[in-house]
Ligand binder design. Sequence first.
Ligand code: GDP
Ligand code: MG
Length: 314
Amino acid sequence: MPLLEPTPRDYRSGFVALIGRPNVGKSTLINQLVGEKVAITSPVAQTTRNRLRAILTTPSAQLVMVDTPGIHKPKHLLGKRLVQSAKSTIGEVDVVLLLLEACYLPGRGDSFIVKLLRQQKIPVLVVLNKSDLVREEDYLQKESAYRELISDDKWPIYRCSAANGEGCSVLIEDLVDYLPVGPKLFPADMVSDQPERVILAELIREQVLIQTREEIPHSVAVTIDRLEEITSDSSRKVKKNCTAILATVLVERKSQKGILIGKGGSMLRTIGQGARLQMQNLIDGPIYLELFVKVVPDWRCKPARLSELGYEVY
Ligand code: GDP
Ligand code: MG
């Protein structure tokens, strides 16, 4: 039996929540810190629906990062659930990373979040993200504006780029100081606590958002109906091992179904190809992906339907 590597006595482990307005780069930062794509990102706001835990294991610590949906003013039932989920996350972690955008001056949404965090007695580190998009002199101006916003709080500010990794290693080192001493909470090689099915569905949803842009905004959900490893079998004429994935994309209106399928099925093919490329980073070997589109009117406003799709209130 192999000897288990002993955990150092001063090993640290704990939870880090990423909080911020939609689109500030929370999911991108998680992927950058973990070094693998576990969270979906997109130029369209409000991409993240499920609370995802991504795990970063180093020789001295294990950080479990919780990606939260962006905090914003809820417009419909789904929006309300997303905000509740973000708020309850703050109460369950050791330290919060507050993400702000270095390329903009603070806005009303930012002060809403700062006030919300102030009410909780929890350490906060501020990440001024997207530093790659600003010039040096502009950065200093933006930083002092954000310093003013968080004036009463002793929150340190980090200049970061989730896209190119600038500032990320210092950030990880400093985060570790806020975690309690304790053993690993997850196996060292685990990078996400989401089941494979959820990540696969998210990769499809990401492609829908990227390929259709504003046309199919947030009224889409994806379910994985079948996930099967097919082994080579001469009787079934399958030559190679592959993973077969059958998935359904749910939309609210018939017109959206039309856009998703596209002329002669061209849009759905593009979405499928994009998703398959991303899936290949996750699953070894070839992937057979088949997508269906189904109209379920107003699924976002029906609590039972939301729960069925896995959007639970925690
Ligand atoms: P979230 O809603 O906070 O999770 O934001 P995402 O991680 O989905 O990012 C929103 C958009 O900003 C995506 O298009 C990202 O590629 C982009 N983005 C995130 N971080 C950076 C960064 O540091 N630099 C640049 N240039 N773009 C970024
Ligand atoms: Mg996100």
